[in-house]
Design a protein. Structure first.
Length: 281
């Protein structure tokens, strides 16, 4: 795969070299599939002719151990070879014409990939069509997004219990009583039962003034210092909603019966624990 780099990343010593723009050559070698160090070593080998690895490494600006690895890679690509003279190993760059062969091999490989992909695309499409239901995820931001999310909680679903874990103080800071009251009235008219676990630092009498009474809700307040919350989790039907009331107000609704079932089980576990604390009516 071609590598894209900036000109400043190519640090080739052009002292006493020809007028060949080695930086430009290196950049083009990257486009046909060589790495930066492969390009440096190949250019250095072309300039050195037949030379031991230390000479090529010095000219390429690559350390000797790395040069051995790079040269081995270039030999595999057919761009370098080695010879032995007087018990020493010398390396030599193959003709640049070999680069054409390298490109042709890459083109042939891409053609094979296209052919293989064309054969399996219909089968892959069938697998997608018959795959189990994928969770649907929706994101919301800001106050209006928060209201839209909570509006989802109170749709006309008489057979779906709403289970809620919430930081009441944080929510009340964002949404005033004038907006919360319609939600409470809607619960009485259209929804089934609701169970709510919440935290709040306010005194009970003060809190009663800010939480509208609703017949179909059972609430328990748990200690905030022991169970700190900064948002809300709601599970209803096959949906789970996660809301953040602090920092940037945002939320997400995940529609998945399996995720909802798991969260509902966790809520039931928390519900049994919440009964040890203050029941709020």
């Amino acid at each position: 795969m071609p590598h894209e780099i900036k000109l400043s990343e190519i640090q080739l010593d052009r002292t006493n070299r020809s007028e060949v723009n080695t930086a430009e050559v290196s950049r083009e070698l990257l486009r046909i599939g060589l790495s930066l160090k492969e390009a440096r070593v190949y250019i250095a080998a072309l300039e050195c002719g037949s030379a031991p690895v230390q000479d090529i490494a010095k000219r390429a600006g690559v350390n000797r151990p790395t040069s051995y690895v790079i040269i081995s890679s270039l030999i595999e690509k057919g761009l370098m070879s080695s010879v032995e003279r007087d018990g020493r190993k010398f390396f030599v760059a193959e003709s640049p014409d070999r680069l054409r062969q390298l490109v042709r091999r890459e083109e042939a490989r891409i053609d094979e990939m296209r052919e293989a992909l064309g054969k399996i695309m219909p089968e892959l499409g069938v697998l997608v069509m018959h795959a189990p239901e994928r969770p649907r995820v929706r994101f919301y931001e800001g106050f209006e997004g928060l209201e839209a999310m909570r509006g989802e909680f109170f749709k006309d679903r008489q057979d779906e219990e709403l289970c809620l874990i919430s930081s009441a103080d944080d929510y009340h800071k964002i949404v005033g009583l004038a907006r919360r009251l319609p939600h409470a009235k809607r619960i009485e008219k259209v929804r089934g039962f609701e169970r709510c676990i919440f935290t709040s630092k306010r005194l009970r009498e003060e809190l009663k003034k800010t939480i509208p009474p609703v017949e179909k809700i059972e609430r328990y307040r748990v200690p905030e210092d022991k169970y700190p919350l900064s948002g809300e989790i709601a599970v209803y039907g096959s949906s789970v909603a996660l809301l953040s009331f602090r920092g940037k107000v945002m939320g997400v609704i995940v529609e998945s019966p399996y995720i909802a079932q798991t969260v509902k089980s966790l809520f039931n576990l928390a519900w049994e624990s919440a009964k040890r604390f203050e029941k709020f009516e």
